[in-house]
Design a protein around this ligand. Sequence first.
Ligand code: S3P
Length: 439
Amino acid sequence: MKNNNVNFRVFPGGTLRGVARVPGDKSISHRSIMLGSIAEGVTHITGFLDAEDCLATMNAFRAMGVHILGPENGAVTVQGVGLHGLKGPQESLYLGNSGTSMRLLSGLLAGQSFDTVLTGDPSLSRRPMKRVTEPLRQMGAVIKTSPTGTAPIKIRGSGPLEAIHYDMPIASAQVKSCLLLAGLYADGETSVTEPAPTRDHTERMLEGFGYPVCRDGNCVAIRPGGRLVAMDIDVPSDISSAAFFMVGAAIAPDSDVTLKHVGVNPTRTGVIDILRLMGANIEIGNHRMVGGEPVADIRIRSSRLRGVQIPEKLVPLAIDEFPVIFIAAACAVGETRLSGAAELRVKESDRIQVMADGLQALGVHAIATPDGMVIQPRPIKGGKVDSHGDHRIAMAFSIAALRASGPIYIGDCANVNTSFPSFVKLSNALGLNVNVSED
Ligand code: S3P
């Protein structure tokens, strides 16, 4: 079992300076294992995120008979078994804290001929799964969950699924990806429309593996009967991890940070748009394409931020970055308002309530609303906050210390290892002063 009593003590003040490469993109790393496993041939991955969430996906495929080597310095080799080569696992598949693993695997496994059970940690076991189980049932999948629609998810192996058209009620890349993966095993064209653009890594990677995907406006469609051909994947750095240092450099005086090789897929760059609206000094250069994904270097320097009304259309494009965007807002001049972001309440924690509570504990005027927050900046005091086991909350409050007048103590930080195990080391190298204690 993992030690849950990891706490951070972050000393106040400081400046962030330097050049860094943050670890690989979590969403792309998950998909590289999933698609590499069902491809024909050997897929070589570099820049893979060696963190608990992606290792949960990797272990699930190992348990289904896929031979996977690594990760070693980000290098992984996957010996694909083809679309119909997975084997029924001996035991249930434990997916830890990882919503992406559980939702995408539900789709991929619904069309297999063997049974599976997907389980997770207490946080994942509270998260809503009806958003995937309902459309999968419409496709004829035989799936059981708890009475409230949460994990464990029990999937009965059955014949081919029925193709459907699904009009997604929420903007969710996990739901869209789940249904596209199920569509590989359906009896005709499966299509999904999304109410707003969400990250499109699944579509891009399927195309990279040579599997045709039809994209038309807000609709994506897939047909069965194709094959995935193994390829090499170079995973870019995760913009969601880079975001902590982008905000840190913006709010701390005399800061100047360059983040190299960051994935800047336009379905992920809402954080850049929001910080620029707030007046942040961000330069993006060295644009290039790496394996079908746009990549760039991002330089960010101290800026005088102003409060803004965050445009709702940017919400799905920055969905994982709001904890640290709230910290930027707390350091700005003037009020920031966010609405249309109720999804934040069903992430690894209730990110609206947990962030509002933490900000208030540090003296910031933060008012939670059902679908967002109103933040009126005040000088940040030192104090104690609880991350509720949410990696991004722990990292966001670490960054807040750059502008605090006293130390910030953050409880329950072990899950930083789910997405960014080198966070403390890299933060300290750039100029933050984080101390870790375990009890
Ligand atoms: C992800 C999609 C997003 C995001 C999550 C990763 C993905 O979730 O919050 O961290 O890799 O598809 P939703 O689809 O629930 O918005």
